[in-house]
Design a protein around this ligand. Sequence first.
Ligand SMILES: Nc1ncnc2c1ncn2[C@@H]1O[C@H](COP(=O)(O)OP(=O)(O)OP(=O)(O)O)[C@@H](O)[C@H]1O
Ligand SMILES: [Mg+2]
Length: 263
Amino acid sequence: MLTNDSNPATPVIEIHDLHKAYGDLEVLKGVSMTAPRGHVTSLIGSSGSGKSTLLRCANLLEDSQRGEILFEGEPITWKGEGLHRRPSDPKQVMRIRTNLSMVFQQFNLWAHMTVLENVMEAPITVLGRARAEVEEKARMYLDKVGIGDKCDVYPAQMSGGQQQRAAIARALCMEPRALLFDEPTSALDPELEQEVIKVIKALAEEGRTMIIVTHDMRMASDISDHVIFLHQGLIEEEGTPSDLFGTPKSERLKQFLSATVPA
Ligand SMILES: Nc1ncnc2c1ncn2[C@@H]1O[C@H](COP(=O)(O)OP(=O)(O)OP(=O)(O)O)[C@@H](O)[C@H]1O
Ligand SMILES: [Mg+2]
């Protein structure tokens, strides 16, 4: 069981002073953030600032060299140091990964499986849930993202927006403690983007815990409780959307916003 499971005040994810390098390239230089339960936290920043890396470190898809990561109050245990540091408990890694569902820019659906099969696959194979129970949930989540009528089609027969909604249903069907999105709309053209934003907004309104990496400042502003601006591997500024977008303080954030937000 998860240690602080029942305490709503315990953040789903806490990261303290995280450092991450790829060889000589320092990508995260001491980043601290939390994903409080029921909150939407957005990560913004220019290309290469470390947003995806931070998300992947939070999910233990990437190793990090220094700093702590806690999942629902439970610290990740490490072995080794520096570039050799790795999580020491494979069961802990598995438990955390299955409780943090990622949605990527490229939807990564299995081409040889129908949409329904795609959504059902991980709860059955990874969580060992019963097929009938999973099918019922999968249909419910596909309905929720507005593609309940697409259960039996293959991904290639759907639009990009529909595929991304299927990927969101697949993430939801794991019933994770948090959803992590890495630019979920950036591969879509503007019209399809709106379909996906609508789904993400509805999830935010339901009070799901989410971390969203996005270039879409309007979405970040609309749905976030907290926005973090990363610059060259450090948090340059953070706060509520109205602080960050309304009264940005650092020159770098002002520059970034003037380049990304349409006048
Ligand atoms: N697997 C890797 N090996 C080596 N360097 C990497 C790797 N992944 C990322 N990097 C480097 O780390 C830095 C941060 O990359 P990251 O993908 O986190 O940026 P980002 O903020 O997500 O950018 P974008 O907005 O373009 O997605 C970049 O300089 C990138 O080249
Ligand atoms: Mg990225």
